[in-house]
Design a protein around this ligand. Structure first.
Ligand code: ADP
Ligand code: MG
Length: 693
């Protein structure tokens, strides 16, 4: 047998089953099956007895004899087959509805069997339906741990249930050929890792729990190690290959802005991040940097100052935002802050009229526009820059890899790239997925901010909530009331919103109270108009869907009410809450939910009430949802991890990251690590994130 032999030739498989294995699990070769690890094990050395079963028992193994087989017809070709199983302490009734032919052949009286499965009580009698059964030949098992594999309905129908799979893997392991080692010797020795072949055998058929633990450890290490290698190798390659513009000096624009325009001192974190960016941009390597900073930490200002450095070095810069509202808001902020410095800033979004657009494009190509701010419109093919030196992408998680790649193509020497995100990435993820991005963290809020106080309230508390809002508004503050919007049911969501608006206007009658409403169905102009009224304090209440989620800045707003908060994810709740608490006043976030919450909803709400720290929230989010739902991770190898978990294996993530880092530092081209070189050559994960990030 060879590792890459067709699985069909393996004992117990054959062409029909091989086809099912390929279509259901993409298992085609012996090596593939070897990689298909059990998701749990049954410890057959731990026998239960019928007399001591409890309803809490999930899966038990019993040993005894069968008698009293009875069949009741339940259809033309169907029957319900029952057998009494007796282990000397009590009787358990075994029940089958399907596959009864096989059971009839298998079961013999006066012979010991092991019976495994989930026991239940039915009419006061212990029962087990569709148990796994196995002859207890010498009264014992060959190995104490029986692997349990994931199977699908189709597999079960084709005779590939977990027990059948186990019989196949047992044969495979018994005649397993050499399995080449794929980790360097010094790493194996340093981390006391089990050899690969041994680990693969032990993960299917461990001799003991300790051995299983070591096998798992070895295989997890391997997974994370190669994930790290893919990312970090790509980064090393890119930084050695791609030349970047050299922004050697900081000039007049930067200094004048710094000296005359900023009404407050920068925070230490802002200063540090600007320094890191400056360092990057003068090395001659292309910058790819991610700036993480909680909502309200002042990322926009950092972006602006980095753009000034580009300008001082004769380049244009652009800022790309995910929504028109945000782009417009940035544009207004930039115009205000740059007033009098002779810098030409323009806004390009989908709703700029054709004639104006044409003019902007022309001026852009001539170099007359210094800073261009916009949405996706920026990356349209006919938008050409004179000399684009820096691209800033705000709220990165909304942009796809391709879109970023398009921006990159807008210039012969690639522009430096700064990606800003307010959605903190849990450390373990940052260590892997962003292994090829440099990271800066703005971990300090401007002084004088009080953490937002967050409360959970139910519908029956609404009168109190509204009277609280009234007090806030009467004291001169403004409030947001946000409704969920889920695309599939946009219509009914809009109705929710309108009902909500009506209820709000009943309680807060005009003309004393003014209300704005913003949702996805409005045109950009209408949205901008309403946002502007709210921003200027002409309206007191903003009733909105999540279109306001990202980046909107109204410092006078002090309360964020989130309706149906159980329908939002944690990072969304955190984003929304970040819309308040931007001024000097105490701010509040009120999470309205229905009475009965699922356990994950409850944990989300509790997390929100307990902390305002974005990193803690991101970690909780990762724990509750797993990495599968985190935006932008879909193409990353993180989701293909079979054994390792980005959530639970932080120490291993860190160890592999550091190991790969050191290895590449001393051998960047892997020339003295042929095994690893080989892996890279065959890696499917090549250039995961395109050229940018
Ligand atoms: P975000 O990181 O969420 O994008 P912004 O850049 O929108 O945050 O900044 C939030 C608010 O804080 C803005 O009103 C901005 O003017 C203000 N701000 C930024 N930096 C400072 C600072 N160092 N001191 C005081 N206020 C600041
Ligand atoms: Mg922002």
């Amino acid at each position: 047998m060879n590792l890459y032999d067709d699985i069909a030739y393996l004992k117990g498989v054959g062409p029909a089953k091989a086809k099912v294995l390929a279509s259901e699990l993409e298992i085609r070769t012996v090596a593939d099956l070897l990689d298909y690890v059990p998701f749990r094990y049954v410890d057959r050395s731990q026998l239960s007895t019928v007399a001591t079963l409890t309803e809490e028992d999930n899966f038990v193994v019993l040993k005894g004899r069968m008698s009293n087989m009875q069949s009741v017809a339940t259809g033309k070709f169907r029957e319900r087959l029952t057998v009494d199983f007796f282990d000397g302490t009590g009787i358990l009734q075994l029940v089958w509805f399907a596959g009864t032919k096989w059971v009839r052949e298998k079961i013999k009286p006066n012979m010991d069997f092991f019976v495994m499965g989930h026991p239940t009580v039915f009419n006061g009698q212990w029962q087990m339906s569709h148990p796994e059964i196995e002859r207890a030949e010498n009264g014992d098992f060959s190995t104490p741990f029986m692997p349990v594999y994931g199977t699908t309905e189709k597999m079960k129908k084709s005779g590939l249930g977990t027990r059948a799979l186990a019989r196949i893997t047992e044969g495979m392991v018994a005649s397993l050929p050499d399995v080449p080692e794929n980790l360097p010797d010094d790493i194996l020795a340093h981390f006391h890792l089990m050899p690969r072949r041994k680990a693969l055998i032990a993960i299917h058929y461990p001799e003991s729990l300790q051995q299983l633990d070591q096998a798992r450890m070895r295989l997890k290490f391997e997974e994370l190690f190669f994930l790290q290698l893919d990312y970090q190798y790509a980064r090393v390659q890119r930084s050695s290959r791609s030349q970047g513009r050299i922004f050697a000096h900081v000039g007049d624009h930067f200094h004048r802005f710094y000296g005359e325009k900023i009404p407050f001192p920068l925070t230490g974190a802002q200063k540090r991040v600007i320094r890191e960016v400056r360092e990057d941009m003068r090395t001659g390597r292309q910058m790819n940097r991610l700036i993480q900073g909680d909502v309200g930490s002042g990322k926009t200002l950092v972006a602006l100052m980095c753009m000034l450095i580009a300008l001082d070095n004769g380049s244009q810069a652009c800022l790309m935002a995910p929504t028109e509202i945000l782009a417009t808001q940035h544009f207004i902020t930039f115009q205000r802050m740059l007033d009098g410095l002779g810098i030409n800033v323009e806004l390009l979004t989908g709703s700029v009229r054709a004639a104006a657009k044409k003019k902007i494009k022309q001026r852009l190509a001539e170099g007359d526009i210094h800073f261009l701010i916009g949405t996706h419109a920026l990356i349209e093919d006919d938008v050409a820059f004179h000399d684009l030196g820096l691209v800033v992408i705000d709220e990165q998680h909304r942009f796809g890899v391709e879109q970023r790649g398009k921006l990159w193509a807008k210039s012969t020497v690639p522009p430096h790239v700064l990606v800003m995100t307010a959605t903190p990435i849990p450390r373990t993820l940052a260590m892997t997925v962003y292994g090829d991005l440099d990271c800066s963290v703005i971990d300090e809020l401007p002084p004088g901010r009080h953490p937002v106080r967050t409360y959970h309230r139910l519908e029956r508390n609404r009168p109190l909530v509204f009277s609280f809002l009234k007090k806030q508004i009467d004291a001169g503050r403004q409030v947001y009331i946000v409704y969920p919007l889920i695309e599939e049911s946009e219509k009914s969501d809009l109705k929710n919103l309108q009902d909500g608006l009506e209820m709000v206007q009943n309680y807060f009658p005009r003309p004393q109270y003014q209300t704005s409403m913003v949702h996805g169905r409005l045109t950009a102009d209408e949205k901008a108009f309403e946002m502007d009224r709210f921003k200027r304090g002409l309206t007191h209440i903003m009733v909105a869907t999540t279109v306001i989620e990202v980046g909107v800045d109204v410092p006078n707003a002090s309360v964020m009410v989130i309706e149906n908060a159980e329908r939002f994810g944690l990072s969304q709740l955190h984003q929304l809450r970040g819309r308040v608490g931007r001024g000097a006043d105490q701010a509040y976030c009120i999470l309205m939910t229905k009475d009965h919450l699922s356990s994950t909803s409850r944990e989300r709400i509790q997390t929100m009430c307990a902390t305002t720290d974005g990193f803690q929230i991101a970690e909780a989010d990762l724990r509750l949802r797993g990495p599968g739902d985190i935006q932008g991770l879909q193409q990353s190898g993180v989701l293909n991890l079979r054994l390792a978990s980005i959530v639970d294996d932080e120490p291993l993530v860190k160890a592999t990251r550091d190991t790969v880092h050191d290895l590449l530092a001393s051998d960047p081209s892997l020339s003295s690590h042929p095994l690893l070189q080989h892996h890279i050559d065959n890696s499917k994960n090549k250039m995961l994130w395109g050229k940018i990030s």
